[in-house]
Design a protein around this ligand. Structure first.
Ligand code: SAH
Ligand code: SF4
Ligand code: F3S
Length: 450
């Protein structure tokens, strides 16, 4: 057999953006490993540099162009350096046009709908010594059976659906990831079983809006998201199931029941609210209002008293008044989130909100942002302090980066815990008594292992 032209080549992948992108990078790495490429931690010393891009906010764009500047220097030193760009930015025509014009030395550009084609594109680029751009339109099929080189040994991402149909007026994702498509339940189950056989204990189901999962099984029956959870709950070896992200507008009663019925479904939910003002929510096209959101939170807490909650919040959406913003602050105080990701509204070309006239001045956005972070942090600290004395089940992930003598892991509620412990606990679920609650994490001491 002849040797593949890719064999032995060193690759490095830089990933921006969300878990979707992280998981796509795992797939890209898996495919390159199958071609017998080897990973290097130094991007400058790689033969193949892959940059997986994100378009969600302006600073993502800025960081990307900064990275391109660095790659240019390496390319000047080493003309064989293969520079490959992929991810959400590559689905935006004004970006690929700029790259072709200003960065003509880039070798390969590919989009989010044809990741599976990357090894082929790479071989073509080497063999035919030419530049390649392949950004496909949205496609109806889903590439199954792709390999993955996982970032973590004991936990894994599992895509259950792709794309988004919601068109929140600020968001670029529906344009970069296309329309919603659900995988078949059997394909997802098979993947979960394989992961379990490989030692994975925790899976995180990925989708922009997992609640709208609708997968057809082999018998032509439609399964919804809650059905899928019940099925996955039966997979032997998988001990924990999480998901990201669920949209409040279609979180079903059936899913709330699944929390009660399915032991493995973690008592945790990331439920992005975006704003506490009903007027702004309407302008964002979120399709729920403040009261409906709060009712949902109440229902969840009633059914799952210990549930941990996190959220995403945007400040400074066009036309947001001080009063709207105070609505967001009061909602944060009322829900008492365990944690929240807070964002300054960023104008994204091609989205409806980018055209709105009443954009909020930067200094106003920043001032509100700081007040919001203060509120969010004080609630987080209070929620974490309330954990002291409780015994939590912690999936031990590894050693702490800061202190090698310390182990770190996550509770069912996705809270980070540091504790002293023996190396052989890694990959196990340990009972840890919480001794201290900080703003962003907990400290504890091991009780016993399971
Ligand atoms: N599908 C997920 C969100 C994916 S994007 C969901 O709907 O929950 C992650 C977060 O980025 C969003 O929840 C939103 O808070 C934030 N975001 C998206 N577009 C943004 C923009 N233009 N400016 C600021 N934040 C934005
Ligand atoms: Fe963006 Fe809204 Fe879709 Fe989430 S649900 S990806 S915020 S359009
Ligand atoms: Fe960014 Fe694309 Fe995710 S825009 S946040 S990488 S879906």
């Amino acid at each position: 057999m002849s040797m593949s032209i890719l064999e032995g080549k060193k690759y490095n992948i830089t990933t921006f953006g969300c878990q979707m992108n992280e998981h796509d990078s795992e797939t890209i790495a898996g495919m390159l490993q199958e071609e017998k490429c080897v990973e290097t931690l130094s991007r400058d010393e790689a033969d193949i540099a892959v940059i997986n891009t994100c378009s969600i906010r302006e600073n993502a764009d800025k960081r990307f162009f900064g990275t391109l500047g660095q790659l240019k220097k390496v390319k000047e030193r080493n003309p064989h350096y293969m520079v490959c760009l992929c991810g959400c930015m590559m689905q935006q025509e004004h970006i690929t046009e700029t790259i072709k014009k200003k960065y003509p030395w880039v070798d390969i550009i590919f989009g989010t709908h044809n990741i599976d084609r990357f090894p082929k594109l790479l071989r073509d680029a080497y063999e035919e010594r030419r530049k390649i751009m392949e950004v496909k339109e949205d496609r109806s099929d889903i590439a199954e059976g792709l390999p993955s080189k996982r970032l973590f040994k004991h936990k894994a991402f599992v895509n259950i659906m792709y794309g988004c149909n919601n068109f929140c007026t600020y968001c670029i994702v529906p344009y970069t990831r296309g329309r919603e498509k659900s995988r078949h339940p059997e394909d997802i189950l098979l993947e979960a079983e394989k992961l379990a056989a490989d030692g994975v204990k925790e899976i995180t189901l990925l989708g922009q809006n997992v609640n709208s999962y609708r997968g057809l099984d082999a018998g032509g029956q439609e399964k919804d998201f809650a059905d899928l959870i019940y099925l996955l709950n039966e997979v032997e070896g998988i001990e924990r199931i999480r998901f990201m992200t669920s949209h409040p507008k279609d979180l079903s009663h059936k899913l709330i029941e699944a929390y009660r019925d399915c032991r493995k479904l973690c008592d945790y939910i990331h439920l992005p609210v975006q704003s506490g003002s009903s007027r702004i929510l309407k302008a964002m096209n979120r399709k729920y209002d403040r009261e409906e959101y709060l009712r949902l939170v109440h229902k969840l807490r009633e059914a799952v008293p210990n549930i941990t909650m996190s959220t995403d919040i945007i400040v400074g959406f066009p036309s947001e008044t001080e009063e709207d913003f105070k609505g967001t602050l009061s909602l944060v105080r009322e829900v008492k989130y365990d944690s929240a990701f807070t964002f300054l509204y960023s104008r994204r070309k091609g989205t409806p909100a980018a055209q709105y006239e009443d954009q909020i001045p930067e200094e106003v956005k920043h001032e509100r942002f700081n007040r919001l972070v203060e509120a969010v942090n004080s609630e987080s600290a209070a929620r974490n302090a309330a954990c002291v004395g409780r015994v939590e089940k912690v999936l031990v992930e590894g050693r702490s980066k800061k202190d090698k003598g310390v182990l770190t892991g996550r509770t069912e509620g996705f809270k980070l815990v540091d504790f002293q412990g023996d190396e052989n606990l890694i990959g196990k679920i340990a009972d840890v008594e919480i001794t201290e609650g900080k703003t962003f994490s907990l400290r504890g001491r091991v009780r016993q292992t399971l």
